[in-house]
Design a protein around this ligand. Structure first.
Ligand SMILES: Nc1ncnc2c1ncn2[C@@H]1O[C@H](COP(=O)(O)OP(=O)(O)OP(=O)(O)O)[C@@H](O)[C@H]1O
Ligand SMILES: [Mg+2]
Length: 455
């Protein structure tokens, strides 16, 4: 596709910005049409058939998001870049989650804008070419689910797959983060280029830089050859940064720079080289909390977390359990070349009621274990019971579990401080008023702890 003739529809209610931007874009050789409102843009759209829409987020009347929603219905392949004023980042992030190609925060510099536009044109061209996209449904072929929560998440994943937006997958262990990352790559225009995964917690700190960016011969002891890094290996494709929460702080700044500049410098090299990779990162930690505690850089966090995808825990989608259990047990049989087995109905019932702290991965383990230990074609409940470590599981709601934990915690605090509320509140890092409210909620009387201790 020839970028020079590409048509851009530019929408902003700020006349001066509109003039400035269209000047720059025209200078870069684009055919620019402007509109001062969402309504005007819609009117112009039918005749124009642009390759890209750039729209301000906040406008009088129809705002950028509403405009995007209408356009997305009509033409889901049209890339849209949203412009946002500083301070509306959360809205922009929400926009990206709904499938907007990208966003730029004002004031932005020319290079950033032009890079974005070029990328969008590139993606738009790839999307338009039917041969370049994976057949419908095939992208998620490995992901077994039917729960509405999963379907909603997968729909969002599919929508953002087409953009270049960085995606952060944050969820409990064993929920299928890697599976999802691979599926997104498959659904993206980059699917013919490599998907490269790296487990950030498995690589020693000193090696991370050379592992990711490569190194030149002689740059350190043992560097006997030039070596390409994982960024280079993933060129044009997707780089999956697994366990990103475990990346050492010292390296985070280097990664941030690489992502910002879209350039990497191999260890020992004198020059940087451009890089074009889509970043998907994953963590089972709560990264926001890590940021609050100073263990993760906030600027890197915002870079990685343009789109946040949270896989629901298995216990939050129990309707998927029978489906997954059957899938896993079939899979185990096929892999070991043995006759198929199925779970007895009461065995399945146990599986459905289990809380699954280890999620799908744990269910897979139980399937493997019970398959091996069962002789006949039907896996009985007793076998499942054993695999679940014989613990009949009592299931309480999350609210109930939290309540119990909170009460036990408060009791312990009061025991330790012998009923001294100020001290207890300080330990809990709550102010006294708030702390009294908590005690009231749980009907706890600090005086009782005082008496108990003075006896
Ligand atoms: N929805 C699913 N359908 C089929 N298989 C699944 C599904 N979810 C998870 N699995 C399987 O469960 C196992 C764990 O999945 P995966 O490795 O993607 O999880 P994860 O979230 O990356 O876990 P961890 O945090 O432990 O690294 C894999 O074998 C995967 O194939
Ligand atoms: Mg994983």
């Amino acid at each position: 596709m020839n970028d020079q003739k590409a048509k851009i529809l530019l929408v902003d209610d700020d006349q001066s910005l509109l003039r400035l931007l269209s000047m720059r874009l025209r200078a870069a050789g684009y055919d620019v049409t402007t509109a001062r409102s969402g309504e005007e843009a819609l009117g112009k759209l039918a005749n124009l058939q642009p390759q890209l829409l750039i729209s301000d987020l906040r406008m009088q009347g129809m705002d950028g998001m509403a405009l995007f929603e209408i356009l997305h219905e009509r033409n889901p392949l049209l890339p849209v870049i949203i412009l946002t004023a500083h301070g509306t980042i959360p809205e922009a992030v929400a926009a990206a989650q709904r499938g907007v190609f990208g966003y730029l925060t004002k004031p932005f510099d020319s290079t950033e804008l032009m890079n974005r536009v070029r990328q969008a044109m590139h993606i738009g061209a790839a999307r338009g070419d039917s041969g370049a996209t994976a057949p419908d449904g095939d992208w998620r072929r490995d992901i077994i689910s039917r729960s509405p929560a999963m379907e909603e998440l997968l729909e969002r994943a599919r929508r953002v797959a087409g953009s270049n937006a960085s995606i952060l997958i944050q969820s409990e262990s064993g929920t299928g983060k890697e599976l999802l990352a691979r599926a997104i790559h498959r659904a993206s225009p980059r699917h013919d280029a490599p998907f490269v995964g790296v487990n950030c917690s498995a690589i020693p700190e000193q090696l991370l830089e050379s592992e990711l960016f490569g190194h030149v011969k002689g740059s350190f002891t043992g560097a006997t050859h030039n070596r390409k890094g994982l960024f280079q290996a993933a060129e044009g494709g997707t780089l999956f940064l697994d366990e990103i929460g475990d990346m050492p702080l010292s390296f985070q700044v280097k990664l941030l720079r690489a992502l910002q500049e879209q350039e990497i410098r191999p260890v020992g090299a004198t020059h940087s080289e451009p890089t074009d990779v889509r970043i998907i990162s994953a963590t089972h930690h709560n990264l926001e909390q890590a940021v609050a505690e100073g263990r993760f850089r906030d600027d890197l966090y915002y870079r990685l977390n343009v789109v946040l995808l949270e896989l629901p825990a298995l216990r939050e989608r129990r309707e998927d359990i029978p489906l997954l259990a059957s899938h896993f047990i079939r899979h185990v049989a096929e892999r070991s070349d043995k006759a198929a087995k199925t779970f007895a109905p009461d065995a399945m019932e146990l599986l459905v009621r289990h809380p699954w702290p280890g999620n799908a991965r744990q269910l897979l383990n139980v399937a493997e274990q019970t398959f091996v230990l069962t002789n006949g074609p039907i896996i009985p409940a007793s076998q499942v019971q054993k695999a679940l470590r014989d613990k009949p599981t009592e299931l309480v709601s999350l609210g109930e579990a939290r309540d119990r934990f909170e009460r036990d915690y408060l009791v312990r605090l009061l025991q330790i401080t012998e009923g001294n509320v100020s001290q207890a509140a300080r330990l809990a890092q709550r102010n006294r008023t708030e702390f009294y409210k908590l005690l009231n909620r749980h009907h706890l009387e600090p005086g009782l702890f005082r008496e108990a201790s003075s006896n």
